[in-house]
Design a protein around this ligand. Structure first.
Ligand code: 6R9
Length: 644
């Protein structure tokens, strides 16, 4: 045991940490009025190698430092420290394959796998500060890879396995990844997704990667490049190869996660070790209050921030048992989620409004086929939930007895920022409202000029104080970090959402105020879609925007102008859709592609996406004073009508 503990004090979390038992209001006020004491106590949710000197260094805003000079290893906190407690033989993950296969991995088993992979990574030359890109489906090797990279002090960047080759290449290049961890393929709706092939294509466009580790999942044949590609099972040896967790500074990077913004280039959001880990573990406790024996199921994909924070880091730091599901929620039948809840007696389900609306369409028949009585709490994330979906979820899945924890947050915030706090005092719920801020979060709703709006009025939601889970910066781009998030409202953090606070203080999140879409909960940039279209040799101009969609929240609509020499080419629309699928991935494929002769532009030549959208949705186009004089809105309307 000695090598496992390394002079660290290993205690089960509960013995050291008791969430404030006071009311929500008291806890919240403490967090705002006495942040040092509050966060010093909250940080004991982790085992630190060295205690911090100061809770927060605000000397160089917006580059805030939490738990200054505190040292720790997050992989140790998620795995090793549970081994000396009753949790050693506890299931960390109950994994369910799309074909119904089951694998249960204990904390001890996770420890062995993480160490063995960390050992292999070290042997392949990966060390502190290196970047490793992970492109894996929802298999157990995904959390193992994240934890193994974190163990040796390297930084991972997990890319959702639904992204296409160009999107992967762009991320490899931006992160300067030295290694890729992928699989031969993944399963989705019973079909194989060719992950290795996509990596091969991406690597043709990049030059930083020296090795690719390939997990055998599907077993179908893939090409392996000698000297570069290695099978996971060849490099990860059996037995137990202990690797000492590398001591990390609280503000060292833990991972980079790319997300969409208002330009074509995805933003590499960097999260750190100490503040991030304190934040995700505490927010999970505050919002969902899971018990030691609960079965927690965050039904997101690990490739998105929800999976990073609430499938991997928070539940493992708390020593919980999670269900992890490989595939599609409607495969083989639309009762898949309900069947898994019954089979594994899940207690807490955390999913997206899109998933709820998708399953709602199939009717009550499917949930009724299963015993869902073990559920005690439900959660949602990713987009605003409409009251009809909330009600359906509450009545048919929660049997009108489970609170719905509507968690509002972003990739950049690391964890929940506004959510009902079951663990410290659940407020009466209002369907569609994420209720109140988490401790430490100080939101304000502002108008365009930065003036606070009155309750009941819509405005931009910003934050007056930093919090521990806030991202550190953007990869390679500290200036963009400052300008994108902190300039609009004079140093306050702002990231693109509209909200209203009602007269009882409840927050209602109303969706994006910028060029970002939420399609089935996936965050996509309209400009990324336009860029991919314009880079097609046939396309002269393109505009992309979102259209309200009953199930997906939003669907993607595009308008394109085809170059003269390609006009009249048959199958143009399917060619363009196919190209987007290959480059960016299936989630980016537009639902509608309309070919038009002209698009409205400003006098300076910028395409007025807003006007196209308004005309398309039958709304007033708003201010068109900057429109190029030769093109009238009526003309556009006729063009759109003709080609609709
Ligand atoms: C966690 C995640 C962030 C954007 C965010 C907002 C929307 C997320 C929401 C919600 C209303 C909720 N969003 N949760 N809107 N209610 N409960 O989704 O991160 O992919 O970065 O997206 O998602 O618009 O700005 P990310």
């Amino acid at each position: 045991m000695t090598e496992r503990t390394e002079n660290r004090e290993v205690l089960p979390t509960e013995e050291k940490y008791h969430p404030s038992m006071g009311s929500f209001e008291k806890t919240y006020r403490d967090s705002i009025d006495h942040p040092d004491e509050f966060w010093s106590k909250a940080a004991t949710i982790l085992d630190w190698d060295r205690r911090w000197d100061r809770v927060l260094d605000e000397s160089n805003p917006p580059f805030y430092k939490w738990f200054v000079n505190g040292k720790l290893n997050v992989s140790y906190n998620a795995v090793d420290r549970h081994l000396l407690s009753h949790r050693r033989n506890k299931a960390a993950f109950i994994w369910v394959g799309e074909n119904g296969e089951e694998k249960i991995i204990t904390y001890d088993g996770l420890y062995r796998r993480v160490n063995n992979l960390a050992f292999a990574l070290q042997n392949l030359g990966i060390k502190k500060g290196d970047r490793v890109l992970i492109y894996l489906p929802m298999i157990l090797e995904a959390p193992v890879a994240m934890l193994a990279v974190a163990r040796i002090g390297a930084t991972f960047s997990f890319v959702f396995a639904g992204f296409g080759a160009s999107a992967v290449a762009e991320r490899i290049e931006d992160a300067k990844a030295k290694m890729v961890i992928t699989a031969d393929g993944g399963y989705r709706n019973g079909k194989i997704v060719e992950l290795k092939k996509i990596i091969d294509e991406a690597l043709e466009q990049t030059s930083t990667v020296s090795n690719v580790i390939v997990v055998r999942r599907t077993g179908h044949s893939v090409s392996m490049q000698e000297d570069r590609d290695i099978w996971y099972h060849d490099v990860v040896r059996d037995g137990m190869n202990y690797v000492k967790p590398v001591e990390m500074d609280s503000s060292d990077p833990l991972y980079i996660l790319y997300t969409s913004g208002t330009t074509g280039k995805p933003k590499g959001v960097i999260h750190g070790n100490g503040g991030y880990a304190v934040w995700v573990a505490n927010t999970l406790k505050w919002a969902f209050n899971p018990n030691e024996d609960d079965r927690w199921w965050c039904a997101a994909d690990i490739g998105w921030v929800t999976g990073h924070s609430y499938i991997v880091f928070a539940p493992l730091i708390l020593g919980l048992t999670s269900v992890m599901y490989e595939g599609s929620i409607t495969y083989p039948e639309p009762d898949r989620l309900w069947e898994i809840i019954e089979r594994y007696r899940v207690n807490i389900l955390y999913t997206s409004p899109t998933a709820i609306r998708t399953l709602m369409r199939f009717g009550e028949k499917y949930p009724k086929m299963h015993d869902l009585s073990t559920l005690k709490t439900l959660g949602t994330v990713g987009e605003p939930i409409n009251p009809a979906a909330w009600k359906w979820y509450y009545e048919n899945i929660g049997n009108s007895k489970c609170p719905i924890i509507d968690t509002y947050w972003q990739t950049e915030t690391g964890g929940f920022v506004i959510a009902p706090a079951l663990g410290i005092g659940l407020p009466p719920l209002k369907p569609g409202s994420a209720t109140f801020p988490m401790p430490g979060i100080d939101p304000v709703i502002l108008d365009e000029n930065g003036k606070e709006v009155k309750s009941g009025e819509k405005g931009f939601i910003a934050y007056r104080k930093p919090w521990p889970g806030m991202f550190l910066t953007l990869n390679n781009d500290p200036d963009r970090f400052k300008s994108v998030y902190f300039e609009k409202f004079n140093g306050k953090y702002y990231c693109g959402d509209y909200a209203v606070k009602d007269n009882e203080g409840y927050y209602w999140l109303l969706g994006r105020a910028d060029e970002v879409l939420k399609v089935s909960g996936h965050r996509l940039g309209t400009i990324e879609i336009e860029d991919a279209l314009i880079s097609s040799r046939e396309v002269a101009e393109a505009a992309a925007f979102g259209k309200p969609d009953e199930t997906k929240g939003e669907s993607i609509v595009t308008f394109v102008v085809i170059k003269d020499e390609f006009k009249g080419t048959p199958e143009m629309i399917s060619t363009l859709r196919k190209r987007i699928r290959e480059e960016l991935g299936p989630i980016y494929v537009p639902d509608e592609v309309h070919i038009v002769n002209t698009l409205p532009k400003t006098r300076s030549g910028k395409i007025m996406r807003r006007v196209v959208k308004a005309v398309f949705l039958g709304q007033l186009p708003g201010d068109i004073s900057t429109l190029e004089s030769s093109v009238s809105v009526d003309e556009i309307r006729t063009a759109i009508e003709t080609f609709k």
